[in-house]
Design a protein around this ligand. Structure first.
Ligand SMILES: Nc1ncnc2c1ncn2[C@@H]1O[C@H](COP(=O)(O)OP(=O)(O)OP(=O)(O)O)[C@@H](O)[C@H]1O
Ligand SMILES: [Mg+2]
Length: 376
């Protein structure tokens, strides 16, 4: 798929931005604070029906205005056009997303339809941060390629919330809630085991993608590794019956602790995905540049993974990603970008692209200044 055009009204600092995009690299240049990231935020909003970093839609509406709107044309790989209209009204908090004139009943029905891979400075948490950041990464990749996973994940989260509520009530009242807890145990084990099986299978495939993208980014011989460590060990045997049995045993073992802490201590919400470079834990030993290279490799791997599994080729959004990379890695990365479908790349560095990319009909360049965007 490609985003053919976009029009933003009162979206962040874009009062009225109307653009057509090229089929390949769309390079968006501008100084700090001019509105580059805001433009990517709008593009990702189309694909994910929400902002990638604002927690609330209300902060997206241009200050002093009541409503933001996004209109876009998305062109599928087979050439059909999707007309998208999104609006959010601050006065009544009403949000609408319509596809070809038809209002969506559930926003989540879009997930995976317009696959997107997004890399921004905030994503550094995937390699620098705690396990929750890596689980989030895992969940978004698998969800976009597997709608069943997405709905199992939503169910699991619901069950977990309920179960935690009951556990904290037991903790506070000290009464016997075991019979109330049991039905939630059954569901926790069911959905949790399904997620774990899919996560294990995903990492197993995904590691090969990372090996290949990392190699293409770096000239030096560095070996990246990704490993799935579930909240309890199941000896590599990712079979539903086996996992559910272990899950139950683990819940029994941890029951007293769960009551004491008032929260669920077993399950995929406590999984870890560890990242290593040359057998060393990335978080403890890697340099800034190695972190960044790993992150870019992960995101490119995500791109190729989704490209093979989704009905549409994904779009790639790279927000200000070149800063910590040395010249050779930047050049490698731009050469890889040249081989991809549509990409959106922001930067404050006006020069680095001209050495590698040729601008014209397929690759395009835009300059952003105070929320105004001009093709250059
Ligand atoms: N709701 C809003 N209404 C009006 N302006 C906003 C709103 N939200 C953010 N802004 C403005 O948008 C600008 C930031 O835009 P953006 O994050 O896209 O900048 P950028 O070009 O990516 O900069 P950098 O290179 O520093 O990342 C800031 O000037 C900020 O004040
Ligand atoms: Mg920015």
């Amino acid at each position: 798929m490609i985003i053919g055009s976009i029009r933003l009204k009162n979206f962040r600092n874009h009062s009225d931005t109307d653009l057509e995009f090229g089929e390949r690299a769309n390079v968006i240049l501008g100084n700090n604070g001019e509105g580059k990231t805001n433009l990517l935020e709008a593009i990702s909003y189309i694909c994910l029906t929400k902002s990638f970093y604002a927690s609330s839609d209300s902060v997206i509406v241009k200050i002093g205005e009541d409503k933001f709107e996004i209109d876009a044309i998305v062109i599928s790989d087979l050439g059909s056009n999707y007309r998208i209209h999104i609006s959010y009204d601050l006065t009544n908090s009403e949000k609408n997303y319509s596809l070809n004139g038809k209002k969506l009943e559930t926003f989540s029905s879009i997930i995976g339809k317009f696959p997107i891979v997004f890399l921004s400075p905030e994503k550094a948490g995937i390699t620098f941060g705690g396990p929750a950041e890596r689980r989030k990464f895992l969940d978004l990749v698998i969800s976009q390629s597997d709608l069943v996973y997405f709905s199992e994940l939503s169910e699991y989260r619901k069950v977990l919330r309920h179960r935690n509520k009951i556990l904290s009530e037991i903790k506070n009242s000290r009464s016997d809630y075991y019979t109330i807890l049991e039905p939630w145990n059954v569901q926790l084990i069911n959905y949790g085991s399904k997620l774990m099986i899919k996560r294990a299978a995903f990492i197993d495939e995904f590691k090969n993608y990372i090996l290949s993208t990392y190699k293409n980014l770096s000239d030096v011989n560095e070996c990246p590794e990704i490993q799935y460590t579930a909240s309890f060990s199941f000896d590599g045997e990712a079979v539903y019956e086996k996992i559910t049995e272990k899950f139950r045993n683990e819940l029994i073992k941890k029951f007293d602790d769960e009551i004491r802490f008032g929260t669920t201590l077993v399950g995929p919400h406590r999984d870890e995905v560890s990242l290593k470079i040359n057998k060393m834990d990335l978080r403890k030993y890697a340099s800034q540049g190695q972190h960044k290279t790993f992150l870019v490799a992960l995101k490119l791997a995500e791109y190729f993974y989704l490209k093979e599994r989704c009905q549409e080729s994904p779009i790639l959004l790279l927000d200000d990603v070149f800063s910590e990379l040395d010249d050779s890695r930047v050049q490698h990365m731009l050469r890889i970008i040249e081989t991809l479908n549509q990409t959106f790349i922001t930067s404050t560095n006006f020069e680095i692209f001209d050495k590698v990319l040729e601008f014209g009909k397929s690759n395009r360049k835009y300059i952003v200044s105070s929320g105004n965007v001009k093709e250059s």
